[in-house]
Design a protein around this ligand. Structure first.
Ligand code: ZN
Length: 359
């Protein structure tokens, strides 16, 4: 049990900082799960409640658009309104699940800065009305740009976010693999400096951003998005330690001054996860694994009930199939798949049983 506890529900501002610090000082990290609709968002909250773990829910820009409906004519508005809708959904319901939920958005590259700025317009309106922002944190991933551009933009956006008590996640170094088409093209050779975050870059970010507001760093230590054949990914969590040490030494801070984020967590070895958490990782992104966890049970259900997906009534014996093709049947199977997969994630990350929400 932590010395600080929070009201259950969506946490922002000081409560979000408390959540991050509780994870780091408690030696665990929170799963950050990408959602695309009410089925996945509810399943994630159900999973967290079952594991008695706090949780981070996040939307990519395309996840936000899908939340608004893939057929919505204005694609940009869909990215904005779908993300707002998901956040409002969590604000309304999370409290009832009895755990703390942090709401994040995922990668936003240079082209997606207008998405973040539009979300901040909405966040500021929400703050005016409710005294808290819609989201706990947004992410800017400008790792494909020059370091100067990356940091200057992060500083500019964080200035605005700090006024409504939000945190910013930045990316230094490129996470490999495929995620919304970002960061997918590069040489995976071990000596590729782009793949491994440089401590000097992290120190520059800290010097610039720490006086402005709360921020976290998605650092690259060989992690990749997606799941690949074993042996293709060489995680080197000790890279994270070098950045922590440099900031700590330069600024005379306590241990692990940086709030670190582990991208591409799907399919990672437990020992490497534990090591990374020891170096100040408080958030591990899981997307690919929960996609499969949702889809696999649905595939199984369809296989086992093939006729119900071809006929409303059996053409041979007249059996009605309504109770099998009712979408709730297979969507629930998918939700339970997410709930089961996230129990493992909470175990691996050490967050199981560690919720700091008041009961
Ligand atoms: Zn990522």
């Amino acid at each position: 049990m932590s010395d600080k506890s929070l009201r259950p529900g969506v946490v922002t501002g000081e409560a979000y900082k408390t959540l991050v610090d509780a994870a780091k000082s408690g030696g665990y990290a929170l799963p950050a799960v990408n959602v695309v609709g009410t089925n996945s968002i509810n399943a994630v909250m159900e999973a967290a409640a079952k594991a008695k773990s706090d949780i981070i829910i996040q939307l990519s820009n395309s996840g936000g658009a899908f939340y608004a409906g893939a057929g919505m004519p204005d694609g940009f508005q869909a990215k904005v309104l779908g993300s707002v809708s998901a956040a409002q959904h969590a604000h309304l319901l999370a409290e009832r699940y009895g755990i703390c939920v942090a709401m994040h958005t995922d990668h936003a590259n240079r082209e997606l800065i207008p998405w973040i700025e539009a979300l901040l317009d909405e966040g500021e309106k929400y703050y005016e009305l409710h005294g808290k922002p819609l989201f706990s944190s947004h992410m800017l991933d400008l790792s494909a740009e020059s370091l100067d551009f990356n940091l200057d933009e992060c500083a500019r956006i964080l200035e605005r976010m700090a006024k409504i008590e939000m945190s910013l996640e930045i990316e230094l170094g490129v996470t490999g693999g495929e995620e919304d088409g970002i960061g997918s093209e590069f040489d995976e050779a071990e000596d590729n400096a782009k793949l491994y975050t440089q401590p000097e870059d992290v120190l520059r970010a800290y010097n610039l951003l720490n006086p402005i507001g709360h921020f976290s760093v998605a650092a690259s230590f060989g992690n990749v998005h997606g799941v690949y054949k074993p042996g293709n990914v060489k995680l080197r969590p000790e890279i994270l330690k070098n950045s922590q040490n440099l900031v700590q030494k330069t600024h005379g801070t306590g241990d692990n001054p940086l709030h670190l984020v582990f991208h591409g967590g799907s399919g990672s070895e437990k020992a490497k996860i534990t090591e990374a958490v020891g170096y100040g990782v408080f958030k591990m992104n899981i997307d690919t694994d929960t996609q499969f966890a949702f889809s696999a049970p649905i595939g199984k259900f369809v296989n086992e009930n093939q006729k119900a997906f071809l006929y409303q009534v059996d053409p041979d014996d007249g059996t009605p199939y309504k109770k099998f093709y009712d979408p709730r049947k297979y969507l629930r199977a998918g939700e339970l798949g997410i709930v089961a997969r996230l129990q493992e994630a909470c175990n691996d990350l050490g967050s199981k049983g560690r919720s700091i929400a008041e009961s």
